[in-house]
Design a protein around this ligand. Structure first.
Ligand SMILES: Cc1cc2nc3c(=O)[nH]c(=O)nc-3n(C[C@H](O)[C@H](O)[C@H](O)COP(=O)(O)OP(=O)(O)OC[C@H]3O[C@@H](n4cnc5c(N)ncnc54)[C@H](O)[C@@H]3O)c2cc1C
Length: 363
């Protein structure tokens, strides 16, 4: 079977790898360079930001992925020499409004979330700012160095003889034969395949619109800033008021993020820079004296309730989706791509695929 994957972010590349491992001929197409859009721009927290606020559908994918991430990181490092740096730090949520709901969810889901004394947070994170009074801690939460995850996936795909990677080639529409999708059109000619997979992130809705289908996936801009500190400056991830600080192993600290509904514009703005710096300094006052070494924006694939679309498109035989992961595409990637491959290859799926089925969710 020949499969064409449109989109080379974390979702497209990991889907391609899962299918190629099963022996399929895979061609992966990206309109730009591979792995430079949302999957590059994200923070890489291997958890939804407030996991208890999501539906069981998101939780099921998140939990499967969280368990799988350390092995994925190790395997990619071993295969390619590029370490995605799955960094287990745990995560503190400060002054939450819905602590009771969070703790009830954790008890139900058997996740290690506990209320802790604020003094113990200051001990664990000496750089934490004043003014916080309550905290929840979840041990075991990791972050992944997503640009390295992508570089590593790219390198792994390059080593597979049954994978063809094409950068700077956009799918501009689909090739149809009767009710069947048999390929995509591109500015340099049509490409044919037995299955076409749309893993085009924030652009997925736009691409489906060429078939007259309304897929509610749209860009939601997020901006982020980066600092470089001493390696031991921030031993845990911390989060308050929707903003978070993520430590990489080498002392880089990411602070994010904004959530903006402004279409496909991903220009970083001065307003966001000022607002992110204010959040960074409230969390970690020492950052007031530190230089922002990078500031960028990415386009999340926004979807209703953040529930991705995984599976075949009804009425368009041959067309499949793996997109719409919104704020959680990095944490959800391993489970989403495994589930996707299970469905396409007609294997027993890792989890119930019903909540993610495109059927009934596309206009
Ligand atoms: C600031 C920010 C912080 C985030 N933090 C986190 C986090 O901490 N944890 C987490 O789990 N998630 C996080 N996310 C969300 C996560 O980054 C996304 O959900 C995820 O990266 C989506 O992956 P994707 O592969 O679907 O999309 P992308 O990475 O955007 O990849 C889509 C690819 O498709 C290509 N493409 C699009 N249209 C076409 C076409 N017509 N033809 C060919 N190629 C095409 C694009 O060029 C792109 O490379 C964050 C996102 C942002 C922006």
């Amino acid at each position: 079977m020949r499969v064409l994957v449109v989109g080379g972010g974390a979702i497209g590349m990991l889907s391609a790898q899962r299918l190629a491992e099963a022996g399929l001929e895979v061609r992966l197409l990206d309109q730009g360079p591979l792995g430079q859009e949302s999957s590059w721009a994200g923070g890489g927290i291997v958890s939804p930001l407030y996991p208890w606020r999501y539906s069981p559908a998101v939780t099921a994918l998140a939990h499967w992925s969280q368990d799988f991430y350390p092995a994925l990181g190790e395997r990619l490092r071993h295969e390619t020499g590029i370490d995605p740096e799955v960094h287990v730090t745990g995560l503190y949520w400060l002054d939450l409004e819905d602590e009771a709901e969070a703790l009830a969810w954790a008890a139900r889901e058997k996740r290690p979330l506990e209320a802790v004394d604020i003094g113990s947070v200051h001990q664990a994170v000496p750089a934490l700012g004043p003014g916080f009074s309550r905290a929840l801690f979840m041990s075991g939460v990791a972050n992944v160095r997503n640009p390295r995850l992508l570089a590593s996936l790219h390198a792994a795909l390059l080593r597979m003889p049954n994978v063809v990677l094409e950068e700077s080639r956009a799918a501009t529409g689909f090739v149809r034969e009767g009710g069947r999708i048999v390929g995509v059109s591109t500015p340099s000619g049509d490409l044919r395949a037995d299955r076409v997979v749309v893993a085009a992130g924030a652009w997925s809705g736009k691409l489906l619109a060429t078939l007259g289908l309304e897929l509610p996936v749209k860009p939601m801009k997020g901006q982020m800033i980066l600092y470089k500190c001493a390696e031991d400056f921030l031993p845990r991830m911390v989060m308050a008021d929707g903003r978070y600080a993520i430590p990489r192993r080498d002392g880089h600290i990411l602070v994010g993020s904004t959530l903006e509904d402004v279409g496909f514009d991903k220009t970083p703005t001065e307003d966001a820079l000022a607002s992110l710096k204010a959040s960074a300094e409230a969390l970690l006052p020492a950052l007031a004296g530190a230089e922002v070494v990078k500031h960028w924006a990415g386009l999340r694939p926004g979807s209703p309730e953040g529930i991705p679309y995984i599976g075949p498109v009804p009425g368009c035989e041959g067309l499949w989706l793996n997109c719409g992961h919104f704020r959680n595409g990095l944490v959800l990637a391993p489970a989403s791509c495994q589930l996707f491959a299970d469905l396409l290859l007609e294997r027993e799926p890792i989890i119930d695929p019903a909540p993610y089925a495109p059927a009934g969710r596309i206009g």
